[in-house]
Design a protein around this ligand. Structure first.
Ligand SMILES: [Mg+2]
Length: 223
């Protein structure tokens, strides 16, 4: 099914990174924030992070923001209320948010990606809300970044899936025709939706199934 393609565009969260997005109602963000040296009270820290999360969460599926998605910094500035945040606190809040957003890459997934890179050219099409720094570090550490030729991060370009643009931009950077590429991702709406809008085939992983997909496999390792 996959051998006719030269290039794979990979989604990240729940495709090869897991345990991301720890933003449940019981999270105490002040722990990370205070470890980073922040001085604000815990209640205010938790309230600000929850508000910034809610600000982005409501906009994430809204087509109106698909190609002008606000940055995390903009979210904090919009929800900060009357006592405005110092630049230092803003940066600490963004770093705290990023650490709760970041997941981990299991070694067997890093190995699978390395093996895929021997047969296919690889690109990454990634939706994250915090700036990409922490992900670049993590993807470098597990060896994923070095085997991928191009990567799109939504927090850098302000465009979220299912816009076709991040997929097309990565292909353009790699100089690959859309018919030679296949997207692999776990989300019917974002990955299959974005791939279809871009005219690229898509294989779903993680249990998702859809008649428009080229196929479904349990996980990336099985590919
Ligand atoms: Mg995903």
């Amino acid at each position: 099914m996959i051998d006719k393609f030269s290039t794979i565009l990979l989604d990240m969260n729940d495709t090869f990174m897991f345990g991301a997005d720890r933003f449940g109602s019981n999270e105490d963000y002040s722990i990370v924030y205070h470890q980073l040296g922040g001085m604000m009270e815990s209640v205010r820290v938790n309230q600000l992070i929850q508000s910034a999360y809610a600000y982005l969460d409501i906009r994430y599926p809204d087509p109106q923001y698909r190609e002008s998605f606000p940055s995390l910094r903009e979210a904090f500035v919009s929800v900060e209320g009357q006592d405005s945040l110092s630049e230092m606190d803003l940066e600490l809040l963004i770093e705290t948010f990023a650490r709760h957003e970041l997941g981990f890459v299991p070694p067997e997934y890093a190995t699978a990606i390395s093996q895929l890179s021997q047969r296919f050219r690889l690109g990454l099409v990634i939706d994250i809300w915090a700036p990409k720094t922490l992900w670049i570090e993590t993807l470098n550490q597990c060896g994923v970044f070095s085997v991928c030729e191009s990567a799109s991060f939504s927090s850098e370009c302000g465009i979220v899936k299912p816009s076709p643009l991040p997929f097309l931009n990565v292909l353009e950077e790699m100089q690959v025709n859309r018919q030679d590429a296949v997207v692999i991702g776990d989300s019917v709406r974002r990955d299959l939706g974005g791939a279809t809008a871009a005219g690229i085939a898509c294989i779903l992983v993680g249990g998702a199934k859809h008649p428009s997909a080229l196929g479904s496999v349990a996980n990336l390792i099985d590919i």
